[in-house]
Design a protein around this ligand. Structure first.
Ligand SMILES: *[C@@H]1O[C@H](CO)[C@@H](O)[C@H](O)[C@H]1NC(C)=O
Ligand SMILES: *[C@@H]1O[C@H](CO)[C@@H](O)[C@H](O)[C@H]1NC(C)=O
Ligand SMILES: *[C@@H]1O[C@H](CO)[C@@H](O)[C@H](O)[C@H]1NC(C)=O
Ligand SMILES: *[C@@H]1O[C@H](CO)[C@@H](O)[C@H](O)[C@H]1NC(C)=O
Ligand SMILES: *[C@@H]1O[C@H](CO)[C@@H](O)[C@H](O)[C@H]1NC(C)=O
Length: 132
């Protein structure tokens, strides 16, 4: 019995993040979706794999933290809903360019667990608008 329940634990626990591919045309404002279980969120960290350790957006204790934000995102990113209603921590990225191509990850620290949880991983491809 003990053996069985240990096996079940091992296979069920690693819940993988939600993965999505999004394509946008340069100049558009893009929303990268991310939904936490509820709004008991202490920290939101949106990052892009190739820019670590700098981040895209860090929201902690109800404030944006600019310290290590990658310069290309200054004044171009926002949360879709700063109240984070129903756990919505989707990112708005304005006026995208092909330099925004990449794999974005949304991670949060929830009040209940106090540990990082990866919620969504989004691959953004920015293409030139047709006819230019
Ligand atoms: C995203 O695109 C990659 C490469 O084009 C593909 O392998 C993967 O299955 C796609 N993922 C989703 C969730 O559509
Ligand atoms: C993007 O958002 C900005 C400000 O939020 C707005 O002024 C602009 O018209 C939007 N651009 C597009 C292409 O929707
Ligand atoms: C945010 O996430 C990035 C990428 O994982 C990491 O390098 C950075 O240290 C994190 N920053 C904070 C303050 O959690
Ligand atoms: C969008 O970005 C392009 C190129 O980076 C820039 O020329 C343009 O002024 C920007 N548009 C807005 C509305 O910020
Ligand atoms: C961005 O991604 C798209 C689709 O994957 C690709 O066609 C394009 O060449 C990429 N641009 C850059 C600058 O990497």
């Amino acid at each position: 019995m003990l053996f069985c329940s240990t096996l079940a634990f091992v296979f069920i626990v690693p819940i993988s993040a939600d993965q999505k591919n999004i394509t946008a045309e340069s100049g558009q404002n893009v929303t990268l979706p991310c939904r936490a279980p509820n709004n008991n969120i202490i920290v939101v960290n949106w990052s892009r794999a190739d820019l670590k350790p700098q981040y895209v957006l860090l929201f902690r204790d109800e404030q944006f933290v600019p310290d290590q934000q990658h310069p290309s995102f200054k004044n171009r990113v926002d949360l879709q809903d700063r109240q984070m209603k129903d756990g919505d921590v989707s990112l708005i990225l304005k006026n995208v360019t092909i330099n925004d191509n990449g794999t974005y990850e949304c991670r949060v620290i929830m009040r209940e667990t106090r540990s990082w949880k990866s919620i969504s991983i989004i691959t953004l491809s920015v293409v030139d608008p047709p006819g230019e």
